[in-house]
Write a protein that binds this ligand. Structure first.
Ligand SMILES: [Zn+2]
Length: 397
């Protein structure tokens, strides 16, 4: 099965959807369940129908478009249609537009694929308002019961609708997601394609440093139990330790001092230390290190609590190999790499063999109106996706 993608049509879809929810000077505003989101989904559904796909929207709002093959066994491609506040046009929709174009080009080639082919356009992949990879977790049946019930009630999504959104997982032979890299790895190395072998796990530690609130003018420096001084010391030592670590990144993005007055020595400082790695054992060891360091903050004390720990996800070895070999055959420069960001592929990889393709992000920028991937890079990614899907159709059961 060989098929040629229609470059003009693909780019016209990509840029066309990029106008829905776009605000000049700010970028994309297309949060899950917003009006712009609904409009984008309807727009894509229209494109799918025009291509002869059978469409359906499930209980949480994921959109699917399906082309029946000779078998019920299904190869799915896709990504998400929601964006962060002030986002770009590529993060998510690229993978949906690509999937649609791949199916259209296969149809037009006259080939009759063995597998049924499906586009999955997932909802709520971004962190807000539903905690990230919401639609794909619903599809994978991985949401705990009662998950974010109040918020979902607000969107008119019942518990039954969430449960009913679990896909017919046994029917799926593979899931492929084409996505922008969202980092500088590929561009810095002059590479055209990234082949993620795993997606980092994310662990968040809530650290509370306790001291004693007191007057910031009259309390002698040597007698203070200054929670900020202790927290700052901890954070400084932590980053020094991190400089010696490999294959793991960390961030302190939230910090709060209490009671929070300019003239009061903080009695308590809370911050969140986030750790990411594809190697869960590194994160675990870092957690032990944090606990150790938290005991050295005298005269203050500290409490370390785990807020959440999503384990790393390894992608399907066979599909990773298939993608890398296909890229090599196509003459694209490609390298295996970890994904530092979470994707719809993360939950889906738990239930369906999953592979991903990354294309370069200019300057490593994403979640910004300045997010950019060149047309050449976009087209290479979609070409490769098509090549891989044809290969998978031949080789997978
Ligand atoms: Zn994304």
């Amino acid at each position: 099965m060989t098929a040629t993608i229609n470059k003009e049509r693909l780019l016209s879809d990509l840029f066309g959807q990029g106008k829905i929810g776009w605000h000049a000077g700010r970028g994309m505003q297309r949060a899950a369940y917003s009006e712009a989101y609904a409009e984008a989904r309807e727009w894509f559904e229209g494109k799918m129908r025009a291509a002869g796909l059978k469409t359906r929207v499930d209980g949480v709002g994921n959109l699917f478009g399906r082309l029946e093959g000779r078998s019920r066994r299904t190869i799915m491609m896709g990504s998400h249609l929601d964006s962060v506040d002030n986002g770009g046009i590529y993060d998510g929709p690229l993978g949906v537009a690509a999937a649609l174009e791949v199916i259209r080009s296969i149809e037009e080639s006259g080939a009759a694929p063995e597998h049924s082919l499906e586009v999955g356009a997932f909802i709520g992949e971004e962190g807000e308002p539903l905690g990230g990879t919401f639609g794909s977790r619903a599809f994978a049946g991985l949401l705990p019961s009662g998950y974010r019930r109040e918020t979902l009630d607000g969107f008119g999504v019942s518990e039954e609708a969430v449960t009913a959104s679990k896909g017919n997982l046994a029917n799926y032979a593979a899931f492929f997601e084409l996505h922008i890299e969202q980092g500088p790895f590929l561009e810095r190395r002059g590479l055209q394609i990234g082949v993620p072998f795993g997606i980092v796990g994310v662990t968040r530690l809530n650290i509370t440093v306790k001291g004693e609130a007191n007057h910031a003018g009259t309390t002698p420096m040597a007698e203070r139990k200054d929670a900020m001084r202790a927290a700052a010391g901890f954070i400084h030592s932590w980053f020094e330790w991190m400089d010696g670590q490999k294959n793991m990144v960390c961030n302190v993005g939230v910090l709060e001092a209490l009671p929070g007055h300019v003239s009061v020595v903080p009695g308590e400082v809370r911050f969140v230390l986030e750790l990411r790695s594809v190697d869960d054992s590194l994160v675990k060891a870092a957690g032990v290190k944090a606990l150790e360091m938290s005991k050295m903050l005298s005269p203050c004390s500290a409490l370390v609590e785990t807020l959440g720990a999503k384990p790393a996800v390894m992608l399907d070895e066979r599909l990773v190999k298939m993608i890398k070999e296909s890229a090599d055959k196509a003459g694209f420069s490609a390298a295996l790499m970890p994904s530092g960001a979470s994707h719809d592929a993360s939950p889906i990889a738990h239930v369906i063999p999953t592979g991903m393709i990354f294309v370069p992000s200019h300057n490593g920028v994403s979640h910004s109106k300045d997010e950019f991937t060149s047309e050449e890079d976009v087209l290479r990614g979609v070409e490769l996706l098509k090549y891989v899907v044809c290969e998978a159709d031949r080789r997978l059961g």
